[in-house]
Design a binder for this molecule. Sequence first.
Ligand SMILES: [Zn+2]
Ligand SMILES: [Zn+2]
Length: 65
Amino acid sequence: MCNENCPCWDKNITHPRICPICDYIFKGNGWDGIDAHYKARHEKNTGELYKDWWSRMCDEHKAKR
Ligand SMILES: [Zn+2]
Ligand SMILES: [Zn+2]
């Protein structure tokens, strides 16, 4: 189940996966490229490391699709 700690909480993100921060659409398989995308675009702004941000993602949203 999603929860309010999940970066995708309260956002209608199913398929395709969409960056919950900037609405970038991931065209590959599920979240392919999210690590590079987050590190390049968001890590400095959010001040949160990718691994920490990703670890807050709920199982439902972490899934490939
Ligand atoms: Zn979620
Ligand atoms: Zn983004």
